[in-house]
Ligand binder design. Structure first.
Ligand code: ADP
Ligand code: TRP
Length: 322
């Protein structure tokens, strides 16, 4: 049984890009894999100084996962900072990481290009992520395509460590599903909490409708044929609809006569209906935040034993035990 691990940042409401690329596959994996799923609040600290928001988003992300079907009895589910051992491993791995490797990070360069003034934490972000993965000897990491390079950096760091100190870490592999690699936001670029273009999983009805109606399209007149493959509305529709319905919509696009407004209304109805049972469950869970904290605490206790085992070995190998 292979060990699967992935995490998500509590940096805003979780959205349908997060859901299809990461959350839904993870929830599936718990059935027949050893699953490690966590909320990466140390990572979120690289980009927020609002403590109240970070606290609220952390609990909200936990609620989202539980409402969507993650079962803490069947997996390891915790909040990153509840196992601070990961920061010690981050330091040790930092000493095995060349500056050049971090300087080549696309996500770092991308943030700078967008005008973010970087702190040292943002620069070291991939090392913390490597520690997340290696601390639990994870084999498979399901993520969207934007995270691929982070997994490659993790492998580089692990290989370097193994060659200096002897076989210690499992080399992880990214698992990226092609059709889910990049889910578009309402402006057509990658859906992301940091671009303000998301459709959230637990959006209320009025705002969901507003957002779906705002999805950017080209201006092909209703009667003309349209290209489904370059249309964000179509791509989102395909995530929610059954295969037959999607094939049918493709035909309607290609033959002309369908308007974007009409398809958007169908898309809104699909999304609203898809998440309906999860909305109910979330409402129920949200009424008892103490219980959510309990679940997370127990999750951390259970996970820590795995972390401590790896860290002990690493401390011994690098010469910190004297
Ligand atoms: P965001 O960009 O919204 O802050 P995160 O960086 O927290 O999202 O991503 C959490 C997970 O969801 C990662 O595995 C990431 O690859 C995936 N993901 C996020 N947005 C998308 C998207 N638009 N398409 C595909 N995968 C995505
Ligand atoms: N960097 C990831 C993201 O923004 C989140 C993350 C942190 C992660 N640690 C991880 C993902 C370990 C997979 C494995 O999406």
């Amino acid at each position: 049984m292979s060990r699967i691990l992935s995490g998500i940042q509590p940096s805003g409401n979780l959205h349908i890009g997060n859901y299809f690329a990461m959350m839904q596959p993870m929830i599936e994996y718990q059935k027949n894999h050893e699953l490690f799923c966590f909320i990466v609040n140390y990572h979120a600290l690289t980009s927020t100084e609002n403590s109240r928001e970070l606290r609220e988003n952390t609990l909200a992300a936990a609620l989202d996962f539980l409402a969507l079907g993650l079962d803490p009895q069947k997996c390891f589910f915790w909040v990153q900072s509840d196992i601070p051992e990961v920061t010690e491993l981050t330091w040790i791995l930092s000493c095995q990481t060349s500056l050049g490797l971090l300087e080549r990070s696309h996500s770092y360069k991308d943030k700078i290009a967008r005008g973010v003034t970087p702190n040292a934490g943002l620069f070291a972000y991939p090392v913390l992520m490597a520690a997340d993965i290696l601390l639990y000897q994870s084999e498979i990491i399901p993520v969207g395509r934007d995270q691929k390079q982070h997994i490659e950096i993790t492998r580089d760091i692990a290989q370097r460590f193994n060659s200096v100190y002897g076989e210690t870490f499992v080399l992880p592999e990214a698992r990226i599903s092609d059709e889910l690699a990049v889910i578009p936001g309402i402006d057509g670029q990658k859906m992301s909490k940091s671009y303000g273009n998301t459709i959230d999983i637990f959006e209320d009805e009025a705002s969901l409708k507003k957002k779906v109606m705002r999805i950017v399209t080209d201006s092909t007149p209703v009667a003309e044929p349209k290209n489904p493959d370059s249309c964000s509305v179509f791509q989102l529709y395909a995530l929610f609809a059954e295969k037959e319905k999607t094939a049918n919509l493709r035909e309607r696009y290609l033959s002309g006569g369908v308007g974007y407004g009409e398809v958007k209304k169908e898309l809104f109805a699909l999304i609203w209906e898809y998440f309906a049972p999860y909305r109910e469950k979330r409402k129920m869970l949200a009424s008892d935040p103490g219980e959510i904290r309990n679940i997370l605490k127990q999750g951390a206790d259970k996970t820590r034993s795995v972390a401590v085992k790896t860290l002990d070995e690493v401390r011994r190998k690098v010469g910190l035990m004297y």
